[in-house]
Design a protein around this ligand. Sequence first.
Ligand SMILES: [Zn+2]
Ligand SMILES: [Zn+2]
Length: 387
Amino acid sequence: MYSPVGVKTSPDFPIPDKMKAWVLGNPGELKLTEKPVPVPKRAEVLVRIDAVAICATDLEIIDHGPPSSIQGGMPFNKNFTPGHEYMGTVVALGPGVDEYKIGQRITVEIHAGCGQCRRCREGMYTSCHNYGLNYGDVDKGHRANGFTTDGGFCEYQVNNINTLVAIPDAMSDEEATLVVTAGTAMYGLTELGGLVAGESVVVTGPGPIGLLGVAVAKALGAQPVILTGTRDNRLRIGKELGADYVVNVRNENAVEAVKKLNGGKGVDYVVECSGAPNAVNEAIRMVNRGGKVCLAAFPHAETPVDVAHIVRNNIYLYGIRGEGKSATHRAEAFMSQKRFDATKIHTHTFPLDDLPTAIRYAKERIEDAIKVVVKAKGVAAHRVAAE
Ligand SMILES: [Zn+2]
Ligand SMILES: [Zn+2]
């Protein structure tokens, strides 16, 4: 039985020595194996993973590698378990941990910074200067589970207590996996200045972050909130989550449409979540002079940008990585107060053993899949009614 020295466990939550874990082989190849249940160190807990959502970044990592970095390089054939948008139950406490209790339900944010670099001290732990430095003789204490350390496509994982977010009993497992997605949107709006009540916001790209970006902007009081994209079914969900207007960029010019909807003027903020090749040049033309643009998507290729337009018009560009400055806690507060219904973007659930099927649904958007969740226990595959 699992009983590492210095680790507190409880008979109410018996822990096996071994667990099921998916590992990444060659690009695109996942294998179900067994691994020892990991052991929490100081300031860490062991989480029993109850649900994990699949993110577009997981698909990137599984097929191409970056932004994952394992042992200083590509993540292939290193016994690495991907997956990062998970939630679960605290089942063991590492030495010195009294901030959480065994049995407590939590969701996680991804990045545990090293805590000792300058950026971590500023709350910018997603920009930790010791990113990925936790291999060989080096252990800077940095973890980004599913990116630089083992992630959530398995039954148990260790997490630094600073990455845990307590959730209420009323929040379902599936909804809890979406807290970090809303947290990324919240971080973007925080970095843009945060006080967006009464100011105008465009969100470009109705993926999960974009859709919850609409919800968070509206909950913060933005007016109007405009969502642009190419798929009508996604735009419709954006309206349900609070968009005042939606623009299908296949039917009209996005920049002109945005200006028209905001009384002929550009908007105050754009949150760019599409990663489209022309997205930055469009975003800088959607904002008014002195406006701010947050870049939250990873585009595939380098793209030329009209710098002269940015300079002439005093436009600010912000790149954001993940969900820093405890934005996840603020997102959870909105969700537990039911300020918006994030479950509108959850479409499918599969058992953990069926991860390859779940990934296929997410990748090929089968049955209009948006957020696909896998659960370790007691789940038959089902589609959530999208109504
Ligand atoms: Zn993600
Ligand atoms: Zn750091």
